[in-house]
Write a protein that binds this ligand. Structure first.
Ligand code: FAD
Length: 342
């Protein structure tokens, strides 16, 4: 049996699991989990592995979620989508546009499964999934109970949701419900999108533009393994931001509704002259400093050492301490990524 996780994580890290099981239904998923537990083995669920770093071999069962199916219900004012958690996110975006359903175009080309999208409330180019997510269907793997969380219960935040909490780690997401309004409004606040005319632009045009920007800026994991943004954009208190701006007047920043200030982690890293900086087989991407790439057979130790170095450099220069967006997986379970690089 092939138990290499290399093709199951976009970093392309070589690690093994005791067992890898691909599941296509809720029953298969629950069964695979129950099997692992009855054999006293750790288990974890994986989508497309585009937001994880395997620190070591996984001493148990990796359950790869491929629960498929897209159901569309049309209402007077919206389309309601019920999506199997194992559907590929980007293909979903394409399919909705082909059916004349706008609303997901800014989130084109984000790797991973639809069911993983609510976990860190995926976002790009001014849109987050929380704006269209109506519900998330889960099963509690300990009790087998099915439950539906509405958008509010998901407690979405910037790259956050209830599904990241320790007491929700035994919930498997099996489907996601989206509501895409017919009163569609283009979101043109970022990058080349600002050049488009809001009166005439189509969702397809935005999709094309987003794909072009992403392809030109972000490394393709098939060429250089990576997990997208390695760090979250830091959100700091107003007073800290003012102290920072007193020293550096040109820091790109975004005021948050609660008065805090979001900074661009990529810019902070770039200011430390780290683009292209390499440790072992891992390197800071040359076009986008927020991305760590597996340049040449990197080990997870190389990536952790580089992430630690970046965090120290940025922290020492700006007194802003970056936190990983990527989830770290240890021998038995997820481990605290911040502690691993601190
Ligand atoms: C090139 C690149 C660009 C990216 N760009 C963006 C971006 O613009 N915006 C953004 O927000 N993210 C981005 N990401 C990150 C990534 O695409 C998202 O986090 C994505 O939602 C991860 O999906 P996945 O299926 O690969 O999750 P995985 O990496 O497989 O899993 C992530 C975590 O969720 C858990 N999990 C997975 N499936 C389930 C389930 N069904 N039930 C319960 N737990 C589960 C896993 O155990 C793991 O802890 C990017 C990544 C890459 C490689």
């Amino acid at each position: 049996m092939n138990t290499s996780l290399k093709s199951f994580n976009t970093f392309g890290i070589q690690a093994n699991a005791k067992r890898i099981t691909v599941v296509e239904s809720v029953n298969e998923l629950a069964g695979a989990w129950a099997d692992a537990i009855s054999n006293k083995q750790p288990a974890m669920i994986l989508g497309e592995g585009s937001n994880v770093l395997f620190l070591s071999d996984f001493d148990g069962t990796v359950i790869v979620n491929r629960i498929k199916g897209i159901e569309v219900t049309e209402q007077d004012d919206a389309w309601l989508l019920h999506i199997g958690a194992g559907e590929n996110w980007h293909q979903l975006v394409e399919k909705t546009l082909q059916r004349g359903i706008p609303g997901l175009e800014n989130l084109a080309l984000i790797p991973g499964c639809a069911g993983s999208a609510p976990i860190q409330n995926i976002g790009a180019y001014g849109v987050e999934i929380k704006q269209v997510c109506q519900y998330v269907d889960c099963i509690d793997l300990n009790s087998g109970q099915a439950l539906r969380l509405d958008s509010e219960q998901c407690q979405f935040g910037y790259r956050e949701s209830i599904f990241k909490r320790a007491d929700y780690k035994h919930y498997a997401i099996v489907a996601v419900g989206l509501r895409l309004t017919k009163a569609w409004q283009p979101v043109l606040t970022y990058g080349s999108l600002t050049q488009l005319d809001p009166k005439t632009v189509s969702a397809q045009k935005i999709f094309d533009c987003v794909c072009e920007m992403r392809r030109s800026k972000l490394p393709d994991p098939k060429v250089n393994g990576n997990a997208g943004s390695f760090f979250k954009n830091p959100v700091i208190a107003t007073e800290q931001a003012q102290a920072l701006f007193a020293h550096y007047s040109n820091v790109p920043h975004y005021l948050q509704p609660d008065g805090q200030v979001k900074l661009a982690a990529g810019w902070l890293i770039d200011q430390c002259q780290l683009k292209g900086y390499r440790m072992g087989g891992a390197a800071v991407h040359r076009q986008q400093a927020l991305v760590i790439i597996n340049e040449d057979n990197a080990s997870s130790e190389d990536i952790v050492a580089l992430a630690h170095y970046i965090r120290q450099q940025v922290g020492n220069k700006f007194n802003v301490w970056l936190e990983p967006e990527v989830r770290f997986i240890g021998t038995n379970q997820e481990v605290n990524a911040l502690e691993a690089i601190a």
